[in-house]
Design a protein. Structure first.
Length: 348
């Protein structure tokens, strides 16, 4: 089992990617070996500072880096020796079993699709984000891969999300899937969500529970929230900003001695909540729908986040997730009667 890491990807590369790999190899259940892709002189210089099992890490040289501001399509043509492209080519050729990067999210999505191709029956891939609440975690997808979708795409997102959630969260029962809308009543919503509602309702591959609203995302009312990439990305960025603002407001409102004493007593609780909302505790999010295991990590991941992403990649390799998704998509196509509108982008 070999996991390929884009060592040059991310705000804190390559240091955190190398440290994350070393932390993973120290774990008792770390079965996978690591391939670090990037500038071999830089990577080897950093590795030389640490003590580790040299037989379990291989460095693959790549002379170019896809920067955060690079255009995905242009850089794919102009940077053929980037760590991102070299790493995904290794996965394509079977020299690794999974790939992960904390680099340019748009580039990771585009490169993965262009290099690996799609799972049979999937029109467009999607990426999910795990959002914590008081009783567990909600998976929302898509959060940025596909801005304009067809009703059939939302059905596929629900199916892929179901199997991914079961695998990653070790869920023994089928997770509840809900479609994001402006109300819980069937007659509400756009033409797109109404058409997707019918498809999800007819599919036996998902445990569809109907519409949900934005306020339901951070509750235990639903396990998976399905939406288009534009809406999902806006919701995700809003949530991240709201949590940061809330913690900052609490900090700035503590002025008096009594308030400071009370805050000191509550500090362990605040720290637990902060950790619960820290994306590093959830590692990476798999790009669902491509024919290979490709994980997207948060751009400012720390070494713990990379370690957790590698651990997640190892679990996905064992799970046969790709075959399960392919079978689920095929079965849904056989049992559902599709209308012409289900395969069209609906903008009203």
């Amino acid at each position: 089992m070999r996991i390929i890491i884009d060592a040059m990807g991310g705000d804190n590369a390559p240091l955190v990617n190398i440290e994350g790999a070393l932390l993973f190899l120290q774990e008792p259940r770390a079965e996978a070996d690591i391939l670090l892709v990037g500038d071999d002189a830089v990577i080897n210089a950093e590795l030389a500072k640490h003590s580790y099992d040299t037989s379990r890490i291989r460095v693959v040289h790549a002379s170019q880096v896809v920067e955060m501001g690079d255009s995905p399509t242009r850089s794919f043509k102009e940077k053929p020796d980037s760590s991102l492209r070299v790493g995904l080519n290794l996965l394509k050729k079977g020299e690794g079993d999974a790939f992960l990067s904390a680099g340019n999210t748009g580039a990771v999505m585009a490169y993965s699709l262009l290099t690996l191709g799609r799972i049979q029956g999937v029109d467009r891939p999607c990426v999910g984000a795990f959002l914590p609440h008081h009783a567990g975690t909600t998976l929302m997808l898509d959060v940025g891969a596909v801005s304009e979708v067809k009703p059939k795409n939302l059905l596929q997102f629900g199916i892929m999300g179901t199997y991914a959630y079961q695998t990653i969260m070790k869920f023994e029962t089928r997770p509840r899937v809900s479609l994001l809308s402006i109300g819980e009543e069937e007659e509400k919503g756009t033409s797109l969500v109404k058409a997707a509602y019918r498809l999800l309702e007819e599919s036996s591959a998902v445990n569809f529970t109907g519409y949900c609203e934005g306020r339901d995302i951070f509750t235990d009312q639903v396990d998976i929230v399905v939406t288009d990439g534009f809406t999902g990305n806006v919701a995700l960025k809003l949530a991240e900003s709201a949590f940061t603002t809330l913690f900052n407001l609490i900090r700035t409102k503590i002025h008096s001695i009594i308030q400071k004493l009370g805050a000191g007593l509550l500090m362990p609780v605040f720290n637990q909540i902060r950790q619960q909302f820290d994306p590093n505790n959830y590692g990476g999010s798999p790009l669902l729908g491509v024919k290979g295991i490709s994980l997207i990590c948060h751009g400012n991941s720390n070494s713990n986040g990379i370690k957790n992403a590698i651990r997640e990649a190892q679990r996905l390799i064992r799970s046969n997730l790709l075959e399960t998704i392919e079978n689920g998509i095929r079965e849904s196509q056989e049992q559902i009667t599709f209308n012409p509108m289900d395969d069209e982008i609906i903008r009203h």
